[in-house]
Design a protein around this ligand. Sequence first.
Ligand code: 5AD
Length: 351
Amino acid sequence: METKKRLNRLYSKPDNEDILFFLSTIDPKSIKELYSFAGKVREDYTGKMIHLRGLIEFSNYCSRSCHYCGLNKENKKITRFRLSKEEIVKIAIEASENGYKTIVLQSGEDNNYSLEDYIYIIKNIKLNTDIAITLAIGEKTFKEYKILRENGADRYLLKHETSDPKLYKKLNPGMHLQYRINSLKELKRLEFQVGSGIMLGLPGQTLESIVDDILLFKQLNLDMIGCGPFISHPETSLAGLPSGDPELAYRVLAINRIVTRDANLPFTTALSVLTKGQALPFSSEFFKGANVLMPKLTPIKYQKLYDIYPNPNRYNGNSKEFIRQIDLDLSESGYKVSTTLGHRGSEKILL
Ligand code: 5AD
């Protein structure tokens, strides 16, 4: 079938067959058309703006044993660290002063922080800045999600990693895929902007299951979707396995853009590690459909300890110069760093 027709169907009524086609085709012309269509959808729906989400990795303690992740509690070789509430607030205020409009608070599933601690952090950031706060702190109870929302958290990231129930069970001992999915629904109901995502190239993962993941993103009406290649960590049971194929990650990015249209799609850190090996991509990679970058604001000394997967890139993203440089690099392709909060849907320009 003609690629154009397939792309139009993917855009208007995505189904298994078309998604599978674009995940697997080796026809260079179809691949080129996929990327250029994704680029056009991105421009139509999100303009030429790139949102920066400043990432604060504040604790590498984790109570889980996920097989792919270097922070899993079985890893005794890692030095654990935890930032105080005050330190987190300070970094967030600096980020705001430097021009960030969103910070992402990310950690392992660390039960050491109480609900009151999170409320303190959110309230103090909100009191001193006008930035959006994204939480990526793992599973909580529905009641806790509600309290976090009521106290000012704007967005919540909770990746389901794979929608294949057997694979999920194997990779995430003691965890339940259905709880994650129910959490995503509940977070939507609470009017968080909600994000999920998967890893690509997990051992045992099929293209058919990735089709299901993409349809699930659409069905849940997610506001943010981050998909990156799996990179094996030497201190996990998956040590030595091959990494995910960056080309597959590009395909998923492009398909997600076409299927969801205006979702915020980051160029994931794992993808930049596997592509140019540089901290952040500045040019043509964006044309695959991404519109978000997540620079690290984590203090340098902690970055190497936040060792989810091997990542040689360290840099301090928390400065005005850093943002200025990204803006300059982007301007070569006609893009700009956005100065708005960048909630999904706030920048529709054609509709
Ligand atoms: N390779 C790539 N990405 C990983 N993540 C966790 N472990 C790995 C790995 N080995 C991703 C997961 C998680 C996010 C913080 O990092 O998607 O949600």
